[in-house]
Design a protein around this ligand. Structure first.
Ligand SMILES: [Zn+2]
Length: 276
């Protein structure tokens, strides 16, 4: 299986662990080794962040939002994947990292992007204008994401269901990993038109989104991604039903699973259970 990008379950796991470890701590030192990841000059970044305290931490899509009290926000996007790792005063630091943040009591975290990522610092007033996050849709785990919300999102939309669900402006956090089993569980071909789904299909789709994402979160996210403590998740190949299983039997009807091209992405489908 290729290296795959972190999606909502991995970000949610990181988010929860970070909230537990660093909330309330004061930033003592910031080390920037890759200024291109920042939205402002490194000197200004460091000066603004140092001595601020960590407030609420939440996520939207693939972004982590860390409140720096009283009125700043640290936004982190792990891009194609990254090690975002906690360290204690006694811990050995990773050999390579692009960013390090140390708290007053000498714990902290490092970030090492595999390819490229963002670490942006924004004043409260600038959040609404932040190009990369201002238009993100709601998270499928938010309370606002109801069946009715999904019905409204799909009606009158001629887009194909897969690309609609992966468009972060509609729903933030579903990428090409979890979408495979989400569509299979709802028995939907990725190229179905969004506005042609029956009420029952929308209802099944809604349940599939919640179930697939939550089952990965319960297992700590993907077995390929490290959490805040450097441990990998437990959601592995065996947990996918059709995703990444080309040629293997469909878990429902035993037809061989096919890998097909859908727009710019690959899809894994059962040709019998997911008819166009
Ligand atoms: Zn099947």
């Amino acid at each position: 299986m290729n290296k795959i990008m972190p999606e909502l379950p991995e970000i949610t796991v990181l988010n929860r662990q970070m909230a537990k470890e660093i909330t309330g701590k004061h930033i003592h030192e910031v080390e920037v080794c890759q200024p291109k990841c920042l939205n402002i000059p490194p000197e200004q970044f460091v000066e603004t962040a140092v001595s601020k305290a960590i407030g609420q931490i939440y996520s939207r899509g693939k972004w982590l939002f860390i409140k720096l009290k009283p009125d700043y926000n640290l936004l982190i996007n792990l891009g194609m994947g990254a090690d975002l790792l906690y360290f204690k005063p006694s811990s050995k630091l990773p050999e390579k990292y692009q960013f390090k943040l140390t708290f007053a009591e000498h714990s902290g975290f490092t970030i090492r992007f595999y390819w490229f990522g963002y670490i942006h610092l924004l004043h409260e007033k600038e959040l609404n204008q932040h190009k990369l996050t201002a238009k993100l849709g709601i998270s499928p785990l938010d309370k606002e994401f109801t069946k009715q919300y999904l019905v409204k999102l799909l009606e009158k939309r001629k887009a194909r269901i897969k690309s609609l669900l992966m468009d972060q402006k509609n729903i933030a956090g579903i990428g090409n990993v979890y979408i495979q089993d989400i569509l299979f569980n709802a028995r939907l071909h990725p190229n179905r038109k969004a506005n042609n789904l029956s009420d029952q299909e929308i209802s099944d789709l809604y349940d599939a989104i919640k179930n697939v994402l939550n089952s990965s979160i319960k297992k700590g996210g993907l077995a390929y991604e490290k959490n805040f403590y450097g441990q990998k998740g437990n959601f592995g190949t065996e947990d996918f039903r059709v995703g990444y299983k080309t040629g293997e039997p469909c878990p429902v009807c035993f037809a061989p699973i096919e890998k097909i091209r859908t727009g710019s992405t690959s899809s894994y489908i059962c040709p019998k259970c997911q008819k166009l």
